[in-house]
Write a protein that binds this ligand. Structure first.
Ligand code: AMP
Length: 286
């Protein structure tokens, strides 16, 4: 796997693939790689002939109070994992390549970014929209793979690609979980042993809530029950745990089995803020 650090070198490789009649997909990451990220590379391999992963801890999606400096960074380890997973190319630019002096353009997606994590993390999705727009334009691949783990991000990316006529096909890949159901995340490494045991309550609460809603428990009732379950389990605070329509992220007052619906949660445990989401079964059955 070759590592490139400039847009020129990146485009030279993806352009050569295109000229050779090969399709390609980009897998954007911030590093701290785990099996969830690698699954995107493997999933991408089933959709495209060549995979380019990107590794960039994007400062504009962190607020001043967040964990930018503490974010895990080990390029050599990440590169080794990507290579083993069958990645063809790694784009790992410096901040100065992505945001050269004089950079002044923002990308703001309205609506979808105002709820859930957008409400708790001011400016986060503006930073995500900015960097994803750049990465898609830089890589010029046929496809881009994003994890369902960050469902709101996935919807924001789909929206901006559509609105800005970016020709890259956006593909969603399923969430990879630990044995107890905890969604894999770079932030799980911030958890102590005790916190790690508690963390399994998050997917369990979401699962239970999704079943309750599919069996017509009023969403608000299921949500306040799940919030209490998380607090009782030992979570320090819950930013949100609620049901929304899957594509438009609108709150629901009653489950409609004809409208794809998901449950979403973000909660604090120790120094980590964990997020997760799941589909509400359409049939009301497990
Ligand atoms: P990040 O490095 O956290 O920005 O994530 C990079 C990509 O990996 C995003 O598309 C995430 O949705 C995806 N991702 C992160 N964790 C998982 C997981 N457990 N399962 C599947 N995809 C994931």
């Amino acid at each position: 796997m070759q590592i490139v650090r400039t847009v020129q070198d990146l485009r030279a490789r993806t352009g050569a693939w295109r000229r050779d009649g090969l399709t390609s997909a980009v897998v954007p990451t911030m590093g701290g790689l785990h099996e969830g990220h690698l699954s995107l590379v493997r999933f991408g391999r089933t959709k495209a002939d060549r995979i380019v992963a990107t590794l960039f801890v994007n400062p504009t999606q962190f607020s001043p109070s967040e964990d930018l400096d503490a974010y895990p960074r080990d390029e050599a380890q990440d590169a080794g994992m990507l290579d083993d997973a069958g990645c063809d190319l790694l784009f790992a630019p410096d901040v100065a390549v992505m945001y050269p002096s004089g950079f002044a353009t923002r990308v703001v997606v309205d609506g979808l970014t105002e709820c859930l994590c957008g409400a708790a993390r001011a400016g986060h999705f503006d930073g995500v929209s900015q960097i994803v727009t750049k990465l898609l334009n830089q890589a010029q691949t046929d496809f881009a793979i994003f994890g369902e783990k960050d469902w709101q991000q996935l919807q924001v990316v789909r929206r901006l690609a559509r609105d800005l006529d970016i020709p890259t096909g956006i593909i969603a890949a399923p969430t990879i979980r630990e044995d107890d159901g905890l969604a894999m995340s770079s932030r799980n490494r911030y958890l102590s042993e005790t916190e790690r045991r508690i963390a399994g309550a998050l997917p369990a609460a979401l699962h239970e809530m999704s079943l309750q809603i599919s069996r017509n428990t009023p969403p608000e009732e299921a949500s306040s029950h799940a919030r209490q379950v998380l607090v009782d389990a030992g979570f320090a605070s819950v930013d949100y745990i609620e049901a929304r329509t899957a594509e438009t992220l609108l709150p629901i007052t009653r489950f409609d089995p004809d409208i794809p619906t998901r449950v979403f949660a973000a909660a604090h445990l120790g120094s980590a803020r964990l997020i997760d989401n799941m589909a509400v079964p359409m049939t009301g059955l497990d």
